[in-house]
Structure formats: structure tokens, C-alpha cells
Design a protein around this ligand. Structure first.
Ligand code: G6P
Ligand code: MG
Length: 218
């Protein structure tokens, strides 16, 4: 029986992955003079703010000094915050509230494992901050995904060993982080993108704890 479920935030609990892309794309278009595709954006999912900017700059062959990079990262975040400030509890993705309730009922701990420094304000806005027994976000870690740090810290805070944990992720880097932590992984999205996940689902709609345990061989 699993002891803890660790959820990524952006793209798993809320559709903010789309807002991150929108804000980065606006930055590339308006400030850097090139475009970024949805396909390239897959490689940014789960990656920290500064690392994302570095990848975008490398992608467009643009070299900037640290102060210029800092200014662009801040601008992107300002645009991103504008988008998330419009969110409401209606923005929680389909099936999440029900699945969190089933998880709690089964006696399984619930943790958040996100690289985002905006994670807590987002959970507050959508009204589910209290659903989590532990919150590991970008303010508590030094290494972004695919490093396993964020999930290992989550397991530790929840008193679970890695083999008792399941990670829910929409990002390639996040699945890798979960695997490197020694945890079972559930990909939320497309099987052809999340090829390394133990199981891939389109969303958590109607998923039962029993079926999940079976699929993951618990
Ligand atoms: C998550 C998202 C990334 C984002 C990162 C940092 O991992 O998937 O797209 O870049 O968090 O988010 P932040 O809100 O701190 O800029
Ligand atoms: Mg994500």
C-alpha cells in the first residue's frame, strides 16, 4: 500500500503550464525577437525560472549578462502573476478534488512537489492549500527537476520511504525526477511524450485508488 502521493502543481492540479508558456512566449516575442513552439515548451515544463530562461536564450542564440537576465525573469514573472491572479477554484483540473478526497479517505498522505515559487499563492487562490500535508515548492529547494530533491524532501516530510511514494507529473523532467527519487510515477498527459512514466493517464477523472494500485503493482 502506498503511503504518500506527491503531486506536481503546474499542469497536474491547475492548467498553469499554459500560463507559463504564454508568459515565456510573450517575452521571446516582445523582448528577444523570436518565437517558441509548443514542442520546445515541453522541455521547459518542470524546469526552474532561471534555467527556463537560460534554455530559451540558448534556443534563440541570445547572450545576456546576469543583470539583463534577472530583469527578463522578473518581467516574465510579472506577466505570469497577472495571469494567475485571475484564477478561481473553477480552474482546478477535472477530477482533482475528488481524487484528493479519495486519497485522504484511503489514509494516504498528500504532498506537493513543485519547483515554482508561486505554488503557495496559487493553492490559496484556488482554495486547496489545506488539502496538503506537506508543501515543497521553489522556496525550499536548491535544485529543480529533473533533480529528485523536491520529491525526496516531500517524502521525508511525510515520513514515507521513496518506494512507498507515487509521483503525479505532466513534465518529462518531473517523471525523471520521480524515477531518480526511486518512486513510482504517473504521467498526466500523452503517452508518446511521457514515455518513462509507469502509467500515463489523460487526467485523474474517475480514477480509484484501487485501480491505481493495481496499475502500479502495489
Ligand atoms: C514549474 C513549472 C515551470 C516553471 C517553474 C518555476 O516547475 O512547470 O514551467 O518555470 O515551476 O515556476 P515559478 O513560478 O517559480 O517561475
Ligand atoms: Mg508540471
Amino acid at each position: 500500500q502506498p503511503k504518500a502521493f506527491l503531486f506536481d502543481l503546474d499542469g497536474v492540479i491547475v492548467d498553469t503550464a499554459h500560463f507559463h508558456y504564454q508568459a515565456w512566449r510573450r517575452l521571446a516575442n516582445e523582448k528577444l525577437g523570436f518565437d517558441i513552439s509548443e514542442e520546445f515548451n515541453e522541455s521547459l515544463k518542470g524546469v526552474s525560472r532561471t534555467e527556463s530562461l537560460d534554455r530559451i536564450l540558448a534556443h534563440g542564440n541570445v547572450a545576456l549578462n546576469p543583470a539583463e537576465k534577472e530583469a527578463l525573469a522578473t518581467l516574465k514573472n510579472d506577466w505570469y502573476v497577472e495571469l494567475i491572479n485571475k484564477m478561481t477554484p473553477d480552474d482546478i483540473l477535472p477530477g482533482i478534488n475528488e481524487f484528493l478526497a479519495k486519497t485522504r479517505l484511503a489514509g494516504i498522505k498528500i504532498g506537493l512537489g513543485s519547483v515554482s515559487k508561486n505554488a503557495k499563492p496559487i493553492l490559496e487562490r484556488i482554495g486547496i492549500l489545506n488539502a496538503f500535508d506537506a508543501i515543497i515548492d521553489g522556496t525550499k529547494i536548491t535544485k529543480g527537476k529533473p533533480d529528485p530533491e523536491v520529491f525526496l524532501k516531500g517524502a521525508e516530510e511525510l515520513g514515507a520511504s521513496p518506494d512507498q511514494c507515487v509521483v503525479f507529473e505532466d513534465a518529462v523532467a518531473g517523471i525523471e525526477a520521480g524515477r531518480r527519487a526511486g518512486m513510482k510515477t504517473v504521467g498526466i498527459g500523452q503517452p508518446d511524450i511521457l514515455t518513462e512514466a509507469d502509467v500515463v493517464l489523460a487526467n485523474l477523472n474517475n480514477l480509484t485508488i484501487e485501480d491505481l494500485q493495481k496499475a502500479l503493482h502495489f
